[in-house]
Design a protein around this ligand. Structure first.
Ligand SMILES: Cc1ncc(COP(=O)(O)O)c(C=O)c1O
Length: 473
C-alpha cells in the first residue's frame, strides 16, 4: 500500500487552461479524473476545498462542486461530510493507467446510442461491487447450483425484496408470495398464462408499454384500450368499455410513456371495480426507484384489501436489464397455480445471480447504488433538457423515471422529428406509435439513463441543430 503524501505539491497548476465557452465543469472533471488515473493524485489524497480550487482556476464554485460530485458518483473520490473530498482508496480498476502493466483490465459493456430507452444505471463502483460478489459466489456456489431449486427463487433474495418493498413501497407481503422472475416480461407472461384464459379481456393504458401489449396480443387476449390523462388511467372509461374484463395492466406510479401518476380517487375506484368484477390488477412499478422530488406514492398493492393486485418490480432499471431479474408479489390464493406453471416453464431462476444480488442488497450496496444512480440520472435528465432547450419542441421535464417526452409543436409529425434527431446523433421512439385508439400525440420518447452528461447533452445539441435546420445542413 502506497503511503499518502503529507504535503502534496500544488498540482492544480497541472490543469490546463479550461475552455472559456462550453461546459467547463465537464472539462474540469475530465482533468481531475486524468490526474487520478495517471496517479498524479494518489489514493487518500485530499483535494482542495471547492471554494479554493474555484478561485485558483477562476471558475464558478458550483462548477467545482458539480465536478467533485460527478467524480464521487463515478467512484474516483470520496466526499466525507464536513471533512472534505479525498481521492478514493481504490479508483475504478479499468482506469488505472499509471500502475504496472497487468492482465487486461475488465471493462464495462459498450453503452447503447444516446437517447435509447432502457439503459441500466450500473456505474464503475457498482460494477466493482458486483464483480467481487460474483467471484465469491463462484468460489462457494449455492446448493441450487448443483441441484434443483425452488420455482419461486432463492429465499435470501426474496427476503431482501420483502424488506425493500415494505420500507420503500408500503407493501406488506409474506416471503411465500414473492416470486423472483426473469424481469417484468417473464412475470407478465407467467401471470397471464396462469390466470387469464385466452378469451379474457384486459384493460390496457392508451398509450401503452408496447412489450406488454404485444405479449397480451400474442396470447390471444382481447385488448381494451382505456384512455390516460393527467391523473393516469380512467377507470370510468374502462367500466364503460368492458365492465366485466378479467384484468387490467397499468403503470400507476409513472405511466408509460406519458408520465402521469394515478390519482388516489382513481386508485380507489380501480380497486373497487376489481373487487366487484373479480378482476386482476397487474401493477407494473418499473421505475419508482427514480423519484427526483418528494417521496413516491405508495404502491396500489399497499392499499389493496381484497387481494386483487399483482405487483411487479424489476432490476432492469434499478441496476441493469442484462441481469434479467425482477419479482412479482402474488395474492396468496394464486401462489400454487403460478408456482406450478413456473416449474413447467423454466423451473427456477439462476441461483448464482440471485445469491449475488441478495448479498448486494444485504450489504447495503443496493441502497448506496440507488442513491448514486438517482443523482446521475437526474444530472443526465438535466443535461438532456438543456441540450434540447433551443429545439422547437415542448419538453416535459419528468419528476420520476428515466425517459422524457419532447412534444412536437404545430403540425410536425414525430416520424420526421425522429429521423432528424437520429441524424443529429440522438435516438428516440415515436410517441404516436404507442397509442391504440385515443388520438395519437406526436412527440419523441427519449431515454437518459446510462449516459454520461456530456454525451447526452452533445447528442441533444446535435438533434437540436438537425431539427432546427430541418435537415438542410
Ligand atoms: C413499462 C415498463 N415495464 C417494465 C420494464 C422492464 O422490463 P423487464 O424487467 O422485462 O426488463 C420496462 C422497460 O423498459 C418498461 O418500460
Amino acid at each position: 500500500m502506497q503511503k499518502h503524501r503529507t504535503n502534496p505539491p500544488d498540482w492544480s497548476a497541472l490543469i490546463p487552461v479550461l475552455p472559456t465557452a462550453g461546459p467547463r465543469r465537464d472539462a474540469l472533471q475530465a482533468e481531475l479524473r486524468r490526474l487520478i488515473e495517471t496517479r498524479v493524485l494518489l489514493p487518500g489524497q485530499k483535494l482542495p476545498p471547492s471554494r479554493e480550487l474555484a478561485q485558483r482556476l477562476k471558475l464558478a464554485r458550483g462548477a467545482v462542486v458539480a465536478a467533485y460530485e460527478q467524480l464521487a458518483a463515478d467512484g474516483f473520490v470520496d466526499a466525507r461530510l464536513g471533512a472534505g473530498t479525498y481521492v478514493a482508496a481504490q479508483v475504478p480498476e479499468h482506469s488505472a493507467h499509471g500502475t504496472a502493466p497487468q492482465a487486461p483490465a475488465p471493462t464495462g459493456p459498450t453503452p447503447p446510442a444516446p437517447g435509447k430507452l432502457g439503459g441500466g444505471t450500473v456505474d464503475d463502483k457498482t460494477l466493482r461491487d458486483l464483480r467481487g460478489l460474483f467471484r465469491e459466489a463462484l468460489l462457494r456456489p449455492p446448493p441450487e447450483f448443483l441441484h434443483y431449486g425452488d420455482p419461486f427463487g432463492d429465499l435470501s433474495l426474496r427476503r431482501e425484496v420483502v424488506d425493500y418493498l415494505r420500507a420503500s413501497r408500503g407493501i406488506r407481503a409474506g416471503i411465500d408470495q414473492v416470486m423472483i422472475t426473469s424481469g417484468t416480461q417473464s412475470a407478465l407472461s407467467l401471470i397471464a398464462r396462469a390466470l387469464l384464459p385466452s378469451d379474457s379481456r384486459i384493460w390496457v393504458e392508451d398509450p401503452c408499454y408496447p412489450q406488454a401489449l404485444n405479449l397480451f396480443r400474442s396470447l390471444g387476449l382481447t385488448i381494451i384500450p382505456v384512455p390516460v390523462d393527467q391523473d393516469g388511467l380512467d377507470p370510468a372509461a374502462g367500466v364503460l368499455a368492458a365492465p366485466e374484463a378479467e384484468a387490467v395492466y397499468l403503470t400507476p406510479s409513472h405511466q408509460f410513456p406519458l408520465g402521469a401518476t394515478l390519482s388516489m380517487p382513481r386508485r380507489l375506484a380501480l380497486l373497487d371495480w376489481a373487487q366487484g368484477a373479480g378482476a386482476w390488477i397487474i401493477e407494473d412499478d418499473y421505475d419508482s426507484e427514480f423519484r427526483f422530488t418528494g417521496p413516491p406514492l405508495a404502491a396500489l398493492h399497499g392499499i389493496d384489501r381484497a387481494g386483487r393486485v399483482i405487483y411487479l418490480g424489476t432490476f432492469s432499471k434499478a441496476l441493469a436489464p442484462g441481469l434479467r431479474l425482477g419479482y412479482a408479489v402474488l395474492p396468496v390464493g394464486v401462489v400454487e397455480t403460478v408456482r406450478r406453471l413456473r416449474d413447467l416453464t423454466d423451473r427456477y431462476p439462476n441461483p448464482l445471480i440471485e445469491t449475488v444480488l441478495a448479498r448486494f442488497m444485504a450489504d447495503g450496496h443496493y441502497a448506496a447504488h440507488l442513491r448514486r444512480a438517482r443523482k446521475r440520472c437526474r444530472m443526465a435528465r438535466d443535461a438532456l433538457v438543456e441540450g434540447l432547450s433551443a429545439a422547437p419542441l415542448d419538453v416535459k421535464i419528468p419528476e420520476q423515471g428515466l425517459h422524457l417526452i419532447a412534444y412536437a409543436r404545430g403540425d410536425e409529425v414525430d416520424a420526421e422529428l425522429q429521423r432528424l434527431a437520429q441524424a443529429g446523433g440522438l435516438t428516440s421512439r415515436q410517441l404516436s406509435q404507442m397509442f391504440l385508439k385515443a388520438p395519437a400525440q406526436q412527440g419523441l420518447v427519449i431515454g437518459y439513463s446510462g449516459f454520461e452528461t456530456a454525451e447526452i447533452r452533445a447528442a441533444a445539441h446535435g438533434a437540436t441543430r438537425a431539427i432546427t435546420s430541418g435537415g438542410r445542413g
